[in-house]
Write a protein that binds this ligand. Structure first.
Ligand code: GCU
Length: 596
């Protein structure tokens, strides 16, 4: 009954999170109209379009998209005479004056629509950073908080034949009680950063489903299908022709069908990223998806992919666009980043520190790249603030809901470098409990806190008890000690669990050369990697590593002229795609591992 528990849990979330309008999954294969392209904008640092001079929410805000009725009518804004921004895209890299802007920008998109009988319509956002309030034809649809996960609202009853307009107030101000909170080592790219669609569905449609191998099984599928609509009790057909599977199930009074069947499957893996066409039919609705089946589990300190031990040859990433910088959002961006990781010899990528666009997951699925997916519970958030917990739980739910059928995702990470405390442990434990209900098939991890006792590195973070895989970040040779100190280190763990060193590394400015003791040179970075690799070879329970980081990325914490210029330079590749010396050192190590 576990899955049904998850569904009831999910359905109860709608009550807990007023903003949670149950997510339509598999947007890739849905019947949709793109609203991408130029959107009119109004930059509104004082939120004049939302609050009156008494700082009370206005009834006649910019969401009405008003135009003067006559020459006497006073209207102090006009979207159609205002400038535009491209969607998807962050605003910071589209306009010089918005590079450092944090605040509110209003987006408006007009579109023609023809109402169709028996068709329900939803507006779907891949993401909006950070707090988005959405209106259609002047009516408020709802609000979404969290910059990296999708959300949708039903617009059927508000649509008109002919001209319609969507207005979105996007505010990316950093907040103390936010997730993430005020301080991060990445650029706060604001705006409608991912695709926007109108999605058309029949009156009762297949809203969501979970079709994956049962934990620890190579041939038993266990999952569910959830309908949205008035007719709850319906027949569900599942067809996986390539596996000779044609099954029928029945939904219950909540429109949920529990599904169980077994089959002989070509298992998905980085070497053989085989995807099955899966067809789900219910009444008038048919959903197609491309799903890979693989099992992932741990046994002692082993990570088993399809029952075989695997070492995760990885790299960490930020969702930063290669060459042009700014938030990456397209399949092309993502293919470039994943291709570099493949060139490095990787079979695994840590998607730091927040959920990425769905294109990235789908490209990894096709290219055969295992993924660590994380929510931005980063550094010191407000552990005792119930709103902060609700926010983090919502981002976790949306992340898992969107990607639970994606084979490459093997690890859900609950956070990064969060300081030990009882409040923090309580907070993270409730995230872990929810993740295990939402998806009992994947591994749970986090980048935990170790402590050093002279040459001993001790893994004893109390959080480790609740994780399947322990993540640890260390910067021996950059933030602490000398590069050569690494080989003196002895790693000790209180847990008989696999260790992933989720970050290690050093910075270098591409093309800056000198002796190996001079910081910022490629030689210094390379030297750090040489000693790190010697240390890694000695850690008996190490089962993966994702050095920091694939490509230099923008960070407001890095102002050092010439060497940084608001870039974190720990990339193995520069932001212009130039490979540094350390790239080849790690590549050679991985190629050796591969040939073992
Ligand atoms: C931290 C952190 C990263 C950061 C990196 C660095 O460990 O997790 O987000 O960018 O170190 O300092 O470069």
């Amino acid at each position: 009954m576990k899955f049904l528990t998850a569904i009831i849990f999910l359905s109860s979330l709608t009550a807990i999170f007023p903003q949670q309008h149950y997510l339509i999954t598999n947007i890739t294969n849905r019947n949709k109209i793109s609203l991408d392209g130029k959107w009119r904008i109004i930059i509104d640092p004082y939120e004049v379009g939302y609050y009156d001079y008494r700082y009370k929410p206005r009834k006649d805000g910019y969401f009405l998209n008003k135009h003067p009725k006559d020459k006497n009518d006073l209207v102090e804004y006009n979207f159609d005479k205002s400038e535009t921004l491209e969607v998807p895209g962050d605003w910071n890299t589209q306009k010089k004056e918005l590079f450092l802007y944090e605040g509110t920008i209003w987006y408006k998109k007009s579109f023609n629509y023809k109402i169709k009988t028996g068709v329900r319509t939803f507006i779907y956002f891949g993401a909006a950073n950070y707090d988005a309030i959405v209106y259609i034809n002047g009516k408020k649809l709802g609000e979404h908080v969290g910059g990296f996960t999708p959300f949708n609202f039903e617009v059927t009853k508000y649509l008109k034949n002919g001209n319609n307009f969507i207005v979105v107030k996007v505010d990316d101000k950093r907040l103390k009680d936010g997730v993430p909170t005020l301080d991060t080592d990445w650029w706060n790219y604001g705006g409608l950063t991912r695709d926007v669609y109108l999605v058309e569905e029949p009156e009762t449609f297949i809203q969501d489903y979970f079709i994956q191998l049962k934990k620890g099984s190579l041939n038993e599928i266990s999952g569910w299908v959830k309908l949205n609509g008035i007719i709850k009790r319906k027949e569900i057909d599942i067809h996986i022709h390539a596996a000779g599977i044609d099954k029928k199930f029945e939904t219950n009074e909540n429109g949920i069908a529990e599904i169980k069947f077994s089959g002989k499957f070509k298992l998905w893996s980085p070497d053989n990223p085989y995807l099955y066409n899966v067809k789900i039919i219910s009444g008038t609705d048919t959903v197609n998806d491309q799903i890979g089946f693989r099992s992932i589990e741990t046994k002692g300190n082993e990570i088993l992919l399809n029952k075989k031990p695997i070492f995760l040859r990885g790299i960490s990433m930020h969702e930063e666009a290669p060459f042009r910088s700014g938030r990456a959002f397209s399949s092309a961006d993502d293919r470039t980043l994943l291709t570099w990781a493949k060139e490095l010899g990787c079979n695994y990528v840590r998607l730091a520190h927040y959920p990425y666009n769905e294109h990235m997951i789908r490209e990894a699925e096709k290219m055969g790249m295992l993924l660590w997916s994380e929510i931005p519970v980063y550094w010191t958030i407000q552990w005792e603030n119930p709103n902060t917990l609700e926010n983090a739980l919502n981002q976790l739910t949306e992340n898992i809901t969107r990607d639970k059928n994606r084979a490459p995702v093997i690890i859900w990470s609950m956070g990064n470098e969060t300081p030990r405390s009882d409040a923090r442990l309580k907070f993270l434990k409730s995230l872990i409990e929810s993740a295990r209900i939402l998806d009992p098939t994947r591994l749970i991890s986090a980048a935990t806190e170790t402590h050093y006792d002279r040459n001993k590195i001790i893994i004893d973070d109390p959080l480790g008890k609740y994780l399947d895989v322990i993540g640890v970040n260390e910067y021996i040779g950059w933030y602490n000690g000398k590069p050569e100190d690494a080989i003196k280190k002895e790693w000790v763990s209180e847990y008989n669990k696999p260790l992933i060193i989720s970050e290690l590394g050093a910075a270098a400015l591409y093309g800056y050369h000198g002796d190996k003791n001079t910081r910022w040179t490629e030689e210094y970075q390379a030297n750090v990697y040489k000693y790190q690799i010697e240390m890694l070879k000695k850690i008996s329970f190490l089962r993966g590593v994702s050095p920091w980081i694939l490509m230099d990325f923008r960070s407001p914490r890095r102002p050092l002229p010439y060497f940084q210029d608001f870039y974190n330079r720990k990339g193995l590749i520069s932001n212009r795609g130039e490979k540094k010396e350390a790239f080849y050192i790690l590549r050679d190590f991985y190629n050796k591992l591969k040939s073992n």
